[in-house]
Design a protein around this ligand. Sequence first.
Ligand code: NAD
Length: 379
Amino acid sequence: MKQLENVITVKQNMFQKIAGHEQVVFCNDPATGLQAIIAIHNTTLGPALGGTRMRPYGSVDEALEDVLRLSEGMTYKCAAADLDFGGGKAVIIGDPQHDKSPALFRAFGQYVESLNGRFYTGTDMGTTMSDFVHAMKETNFINGVPVAFGGSGDSSIPTSQGVIYGLQAANSFLYGNDELAGKTYAIQGLGKVGFKVAEHLLHAGADLIVSDINQTILTRLKKRAAEFSGSVKIADNEKIYGEKADIFVPCALGSVLNDRTIEQLRVQAVVGSANNQLAKHDHAQKLRDKGILYAPDYIVNAGGLIQVADELYGSNKERVLVKTKAIYHSLMEIFKEADREFITTVEAADRKCEKRLEQQRYQSNFFMRGRRPKWQIRE
Ligand code: NAD
C-alpha cells in the first residue's frame, strides 16, 4: 500500500512539473542509445514547432527542465511572429561529439512521426542539418534541412533582416522616423547575423562601433567599410558596453544584460539577435529605470523561425521577408503599450502573445459552435 502511495506521489509531482504543457513524450530506444524528451507546450495556434537540442545533460530532471522552458518560449515566439504554429521543443540527452549516429536520428524521426503532425522539428544547439537528413527518412515533420533536401537554407538572412526592422522600429519610437543613417550602433558579435546587420547599416550610412573575439572578422568588416560612407571603430570586447552610441546591438552571447553591464550602457536602446539577453527577468525593469528602450530578443530574432515555418507552405524567400516585417509592427505595438501602461517591454510583449492565444481560443470556440450540430447545443 505504501508503495502505491509513493507511485501516486511521484506521478502527481510529475504532473505538477509539466502543468501548463499539453504533452510530454519520453523517447527511449536502447538499440541506438536514444534518450530524448519531446515537449509540446501549446497548440492553440497550430502544430507545435521547435528545434531539437542535443546536450550531455547531467540528469533527466535537468533535460526535462530545459525542454519545458524552451517549448514554452516557442509558444510565445510563434505567437509574436504571427505564425500559425504552437510551441514545442525536443532535447536529446547525449554528447554531440561522441553519441551521434544515423540510426539514433532515424529512431528519433520515428518518435516524431508517431506524433502524426502535432510536432515539427529541426536543428538547435548540438544538432546539424545533416542529422535531420537521417531523421527525414522516417518522418516528413522535419524542417530547416539543406536546400538540396527541400529546405530553405541560411536562416541568418531573415534573422538579420528582422534585426534591421527592430532597429527601424526603435528609431521610429525614439526619434520619430525609421532612418538608420546618421546614428551610431554598437554591435557585439559579427557572426552570421551581426556581420549582415553591420553591412546593411554601413550601406545605409550609419557609424558603427564593433567588437568580436575573432580578429579576422573584424579585419574583414574594416575592409568592407571602405566601400561605404559610414565609419567602423573597433572596441575592446569588455568596453563595448560603455561605448557611447544610439543603440546597442548584441549579436553574440546570452545574459549580456546584467547588473554590471546595464550600469555601463550609454545608449538609448538595445536591439539585437542574441538569445536570452537578459540575465534575469528583472533586468528589463533595470533597463526601463535607466530610460533605455529594450526590444525583447524573442521578438527581434524571429526571422529564422519565420523562414523555417514558411517551409511548410513550400519555401519562398520573398514571402519570408514580407512576413519578417511583422517584427517591425509587433515592436511598435509593444513599445507603445509599455509606454502607456508603465510596464516593461517584456511584460508588454508577453501580454501581446497571451492576447493572441486568447483570441485564437475564442475564435476556435466560436467556429466550433457554428459547426456543432443543433442537438448538441445546450444553451
Ligand atoms: P555566430 O556563431 O555565427 O556568431 C557569433 C559571433 O559572436 C561570432 O563571430 C563570435 O566570434 C562572436 N563572439 C563570441 N563571443 C563574443 C564576445 N564575448 N564578444 C564579442 N563577440 C563574441 O552566431 P549567429 O548565427 O550570428 O547568431 C548570433 C546570436 O543570435 C546568437 O545568440 C544566436 O543564438 C542568435 N540567433 C541567431 C539566429 C540565426 O538565424 N542565426 C536566429 C535566432 C537567434
